[in-house]
Design a protein around this ligand. Structure first.
Ligand SMILES: Cc1cc2nc3c(=O)[nH]c(=O)nc-3n(C[C@H](O)[C@H](O)[C@H](O)COP(=O)(O)OP(=O)(O)OC[C@H]3O[C@@H](n4cnc5c(N)ncnc54)[C@H](O)[C@@H]3O)c2cc1C
Length: 465
């Protein structure tokens, strides 16, 4: 039997849940249904509880510098439950030249810090005199051209920490479209940033302060759990339901599930990762090849220590590829948020794999623990044996915005403009972080409200380690 709805959302990760929440906020009476393949909501977001340890299988948190995410927390009451770790109070490190280097937080301190020689610091000013780089350069090529090679290990660390990616493959136009836009508009990124600061001052925009990393006392899973609870209660979230195909029938979209159920709607939202979206969209327009986007998987080894072991102050460290280490970096979880380890214990989470080392993700748990332990024991100077170890494997890969990604994004925008009622957001479309997802999903809900597609300006994403 065909069930008729106003809006169907495919996927109950944070993207789909945000669209549903926003629509429901304005029109609780509209017929809306979320179809979710898994047996729980949340997608990539999954927290691990064992004894008194809490660790994350997916995201560890998100920065509170995104208005749409702040609104979501306020509207759902989750702002009363959040725990925060302000970046200003927590140092970060890059493990480079075989030691932990502190990354300072304010521009003046960064300039004064002895991370790179003074000649290379002045070398950064070459950006003022270079013409915009033609074509679709990779992040590494663009940074080298505009600022010189001395910054590359630090830029590598940033993109390891966000995409688990390879700066020799990620495209600058895809991962930092705002910065690339400033380069093209002003002929230099530095000039563009100053022009922006000046314009903001003239418009009396509030001075931006350092953001805080946000999570919840019981871990990140609280975010989708709370939003999903309302839709589960009202039978508007159908779990264990895999969408198999889509088709258009006059003004309506028809969705067919693997078990043969059929639903139709006027507004259809695809809130699934890019490669799954592409497979579904093939039913609508077969001109785009399937499985276009490479994905990077990571595995986490959680270590708990007692016996007076301590961590350096701060969030943790990232390791650029030039160091040729086994791990990508380590998050000092018990420093960041309270209640992550039993009393008197510390806990930290070490990340392995990523775009450059997919073979490590399929290593056995024993091997992963052995190599990761050797490395962290040396870097963090830890005494004795850990009291707790656990390997956590996320089933999700992080989409890598590489070759031909800008063309793919344009194809998606054109398709949405052409196909009335079709809306696409989710992991890998217009970013990969939780804030990117919440922002894009909020826009989709607004588009459904108004029946139009909004055009948005690429943002200047700030770089935090
Ligand atoms: C290991 C890892 C670490 C991360 N760390 C961070 C971090 O620290 N900070 C940060 O900001 N971001 C981080 N991210 C990214 C962040 O988790 C994602 O941006 C976000 O969770 C994606 O949400 P989504 O709803 O778009 O997609 P998903 O979470 O992938 O949700 C999509 C949903 O669609 C469902 N689905 C798929 N196919 C079908 C189908 N055919 N029919 C029905 N349902 C379907 C899936 O089961 C899933 O529930 C991390 C991601 C990973 C994988």
């Amino acid at each position: 039997m065909n069930q008729q709805l106003d809006t169907i959302i495919i996927g109950a990760g944070i993207s789909g849940l945000t669209v549903a929440h926003k629509l429901n906020l304005k029109h609780p009476d509209r017929k809306l249904l979320i179809l979710e393949k898994g047996s729980r909501a949340g997608g990539c977001i999954e927290s691990h509880h064992e004894g008194s340890y809490i660790a994350e299988i997916g995201p560890h948190g998100f920065l509170d510098n995104c208005q749409e995410s702040r609104d979501l927390l306020a509207e759902t009451g989750l702002d009363q439950e959040k725990v925060i770790a302000p970046l200003m109070d927590f140092v970060r490190y890059v493990f480079y030249n075989n030691k932990l280097n502190t990354i300072e937080q304010t521009p003046l301190k960064i300039i004064k810090a002895p991370l790179i020689p003074w000649k290379d610091k002045f070398g950064v000013l070459r950006d003022l005199f270079k013409r915009p780089l033609e074509g679709e350069p990779t992040v590494a090529k663009w940074v080298d051209y505009r600022f010189g090679p001395a910054l590359l290990p630090y830029v590598d660390a940033v993109f390891t920490g966000t995409y688990a990616g390879d700066i020799n493959c990620l495209k600058i136009d895809a991962v930092m479209p705002g910065a690339r836009g400033l380069e093209k508009e002003h002929g230099s990124l530095i000039r563009g940033i100053f022009a922006k600061i000046w314009a903001n001052r003239k418009n009396k925009k509030k001075k931006l302060s350092m953001p805080a990393m946000t999570s919840f006392a019981d871990g990140m899973y609280r975010l989708p759990e709370k939003i999903a609870s309302r839709f589960l209660e009202h039978d508007q979230l159908k779990l264990n339901t895999t969408v198999k195909s889509l088709k258009k029938d006059n003004e309506k979209w028809v969705v067919l599930t693997e078990t043969g159920e059929e639903f139709s709607c006027f507004n259809l939202v695809l809130a699934v990762p890019t490669n799954i979206s592409l497979k579904m969209l093939h039913d609508v327009d077969s001109s785009m090849p399937l499985n276009t986007i490479p994905e990077a998987k990571i595995v986490t080894v959680v270590f708990g220590y007692d016996n007076g072991a301590s961590l350096p102050p701060g969030f943790g460290f990232l390791t650029p590829e030039v160091e040729k280490r086994f791990t990508l970096g380590t998050l000092f979880s018990s420093n960041m948020f309270p209640g992550r380890a039993p009393k008197g214990h510390i806990v930290f989470e070490t990340l392995i794999g990523g775009r450059r080392h997919p073979e490590r993700v399929s290593m056995s748990n024993d091997e992963l623990i052995k190599y990761a332990k050797q490395e962290v024991t040396e870097i963090l100077n830890l005494p004795g044996e850990p009291a707790f170890t656990r390997v956590l494997r996320s089933g999700w890969g992080i989409p890598q915005l590489e070759e031909k990604y800008p063309a793919l994004l344009q194809w998606k925008k054109d398709l949405e403009a052409k196909e009335k009622g079709l809306h696409v957001c989710g992991f890998g479309w217009e970013g990969i972080g939780l804030n990117d997802m919440i922002k894009a999903a909020t826009r989709v809900a607004a588009d459904i409200e108004t029946g139009t597609a909004t055009v948005h300006e690429a943002e200047i994403k700030k770089v935090y380690f």
